[in-house]
Design a protein around this ligand. Structure first.
Ligand code: GUN
Length: 297
C-alpha cells in the first residue's frame, strides 16, 4: 500500500513558517509583504480561488487586497490598474486570476505585471529564467509538486519522470523544473499530451508520474508500474448524488486502484491543491525580500 502524500499538512507547516517570519517583521514595526489579487467577471470558481488566496494571506498576517472588476472591464482599464500596483510600494505581489474574459488579451496582461511582482511566475521573462535555471518565481502548482517530492524524500536524480499534460501553468513548468541540473531535480523528463499515441508505453516506465490532464480518474492501475510515485494535479467535478452538493472532486488518477501499486500517491483533495496557495504565499514573501533588498542597495 502506498504512502499517502499529505499536502494539507505540509502546506500548513509552510504557512506556519511564513506566519512566524511575518510576525517577526510586525514585531519590528516594519512593512509586511502584500498581495493584490485581481479578478475580472463573476466566474464562481475564480471568485472562490481569489477569496481563498486572500484569506490565506490574512491568516499569516500579510497585507491582502482583492480587486473585483466587472466582466465588461476594458483591457485598457485592467492594464492601468496593473500599472498602479506595479508602482505601489505596499504590494509586492500582483496576481491576475485566469481565465480572463475573451475581449482581454491574457498575454498582454501577464506581460504588463512587473517581473519582480509576478508571483504566479507567468511573465515570459520569468518563464525564460526558469528554463535556463536562473533565479525566478516558480509557478505555484509546480513549485508545490517539487516541495512535496522533496519533503517525502522521493529521489528524482536520474529517475524517469513522466508528466501527462503540457499546460503553461503545470505541465511545461514542472517538466522544466525537474530537468534542471540541481538537487531535487536532475530527472529524465518525458512530457505526454492529448496527441500522445500509446500513452501507457510512457506511463508504465515512469518512476514518478505527474498527472495534469483534467480528466477524472484517467490514470488507471494498468498504466503504471509497481512502486511508482504518483502526483495527481487534477481537480475534476463529477456527479455524486450521495453528496449534498450533488458533486464531488476527484483527481486525474484512479486513486482506488493506483494506490495499490504505487509507493507514494497524492490524494485529491488534500494533495497538491493546498500546496498551491502555500507556494503563492511563499512567492509573495520572496517578492517582498527581493524588492526590499533592491531598495537597500
Ligand atoms: N487560474 C487557474 N490557476 C491559476 C493560477 O495558478 N494563477 C492564476 N493567476 N490564475 C489561475
Amino acid at each position: 500500500m502506498a504512502t499517502i502524500i499529505d499536502g494539507k499538512k505540509i502546506a500548513l507547516e509552510i504557512r506556519d513558517e511564513l506566519k512566524e517570519k511575518v510576525s517577526w517583521l510586525k514585531s519590528l514595526n516594519i512593512k509586511v509583504p502584500g498581495l493584490v489579487t485581481i479578478v475580472v467577471g463573476d466566474n464562481p470558481a475564480s471568485q472562490s480561488y481569489v477569496a481563498s488566496k486572500s484569506k490565506a494571506c490574512n491568516e499569516i498576517g500579510m497585507l491582502s487586497k482583492i480587486e473585483k472588476l466587472p466582466a465588461e472591464t476594458t483591457e485598457e482599464h485592467l492594464l492601468e490598474l496593473i500599472d498602479h500596483y506595479n508602482s505601489n510600494d505596499d504590494y509586492h505581489g500582483i496576481l491576475v486570476q485566469l481565465p480572463l474574459p475573451k475581449h482581454i488579451n491574457e498575454d498582454k496582461v501577464i506581460e504588463r505585471i512587473l517581473p519582480e511582482k509576478d508571483v504566479d511566475g507567468f511573465h515570459p521573462i520569468n518563464v525564460g529564467r526558469l528554463v535556463i535555471g536562473k533565479d525566478t518565481f516558480y509557478p505555484c502548482t509546480p513549485n508545490g509538486i517539487l516541495e512535496l517530492i522533496k519533503r517525502y524524500k522521493i529521489e528524482t536524480s536520474g529517475k524517469h519522470v513522466v508528466v501527462v499534460g503540457r499546460s503553461n501553468i503545470v505541465g511545461k513548468p514542472v517538466a522544466n523544473m525537474l530537468l534542471q541540473k540541481k538537487e531535487g531535480a536532475n530527472a529524465i523528463v518525458t512530457v505526454c499530451h492529448s496527441a500522445s499515441k500509446d500513452l501507457t508505453r510512457f506511463t508504465k516506465d515512469a518512476d514518478i508520474l505527474i498527472a495534469a490532464i483534467g480528466k477524472p480518474n484517467f490514470i488507471t492501475s494498468d498504466m503504471v508500474k509497481d512502486g511508482v510515485a504518483v502526483i495527481d494535479v487534477g481537480i475534476n467535478r463529477v456527479e455524486d448524488s450521495s453528496s449534498a452538493k450533488g458533486y464531488k472532486i476527484v483527481g486525474d488518477v484512479d486513486f482506488e486502484s493506483v494506490s495499490k501499486k504505487a509507493s507514494f500517491i497524492s490524494p485529491v483533495p488534500g494533495g497538491v491543491g493546498p500546496m498551491t496557495i502555500a507556494m503563492l504565499l511563499q512567492n509573495t514573501f520572496l517578492a517582498y525580500i527581493k524588492i526590499t533588498k533592491q531598495k537597500l542597495t
